[in-house]
Design a protein around this ligand. Structure first.
Ligand SMILES: C[S@@+](CC[C@H](N)C(=O)[O-])C[C@H]1O[C@@H](n2cnc3c(N)ncnc32)[C@H](O)[C@@H]1O
Length: 197
């Protein structure tokens, strides 16, 4: 999976990494910034997604598609597709360019809109990556966890760098008897939840 990343995808990844770094220091307004995961989190997500049980693979919060590219590696390796949701039209346009440039249009379905408006379309989820506005994390968690298949995985970003805002959701997840959960100190902090069988 990591040893044969196509050159077109690697180039896109590097472009997005450069743009994300620049965004953080050049005064780009918050909603225009990519705010993407670091590379190590991408690798972490791809490993988990490739190991997830059968079921839908979804991502909530596409931005320009950097994390999606990492997830697409897992989907390619396991002959699955993924659906990613992005609410901002200009990010959707950016992500479309990313996916066609990286050659992953056959693996990635990009949906423009608020994930919560599509929530009832999923009832068998094998893997979900949650990386949207922090205000919707709790609602997304409440929708996704009941849809996870046994052994299904939900990973939520920003569990450490936005710990204060996310604390109620983190506290609830860590004692939620439907899942085994922990916070992993990688990147911005990942909440990993595995649905019990
Ligand atoms: C932190 S960025 C995602 C970064 C991306 N996962 C990456 O690592 O490359 C969060 C994105 O989620 C989008 N978003 C926020 N709330 C959403 C929702 N309810 N449904 C879909 N997208 C949402 C925002 O517009 C923003 O582009």
């Amino acid at each position: 999976m990591f040893h044969d990343i196509p050159i077109g995808m690697l180039e896109r990844m590097h472009e997005l990494e450069r743009r994300d770094r620049a965004d953080r220091i050049d005064g780009t307004p918050r909603l225009d910034r990519l705010r993407q995961i670091p590379e190590e989190t991408g690798r972490f997500l791809a490993l988990w997604a490739a190991s997830a049980p059968k079921g839908a693979v979804i991502e909530i919060g596409t931005s320009a598609g950097y994390s999606t590219l990492w997830l697409s590696l897992a989907c390619r390796a396991t002959a699955r597709t993924l659906t990613t949701f992005e609410v901002l039209p200009r990010k959707v346009a950016f992500a479309r360019e990313t996916f066609s440039g990286a050659g992953v249009d056959d693996v990635v379905k990009l949906v423009e809109g608020d994930f919560l408006d599509y929530a009832d379309e999923f009832d068998q989820v094998g893997f979900c990556f949650l990386d949207a506005e922090k205000e919707v994390y709790e609602a997304c968690y409440d929708v996704v966890v009941p849809c996870l298949v046994p052994g299904g995985i939900l990973i939520a970003d920003n569990a450490i760098n936005h710990r204060e805002t996310l604390q109620p959701m983190l506290d609830a997840a860590l004692v939620d008897e439907r899942v085994d959960a922990l916070v992993v100190p990688i990147g911005k902090g990942e909440l990993v939840c595995r649905r019990k069988t």
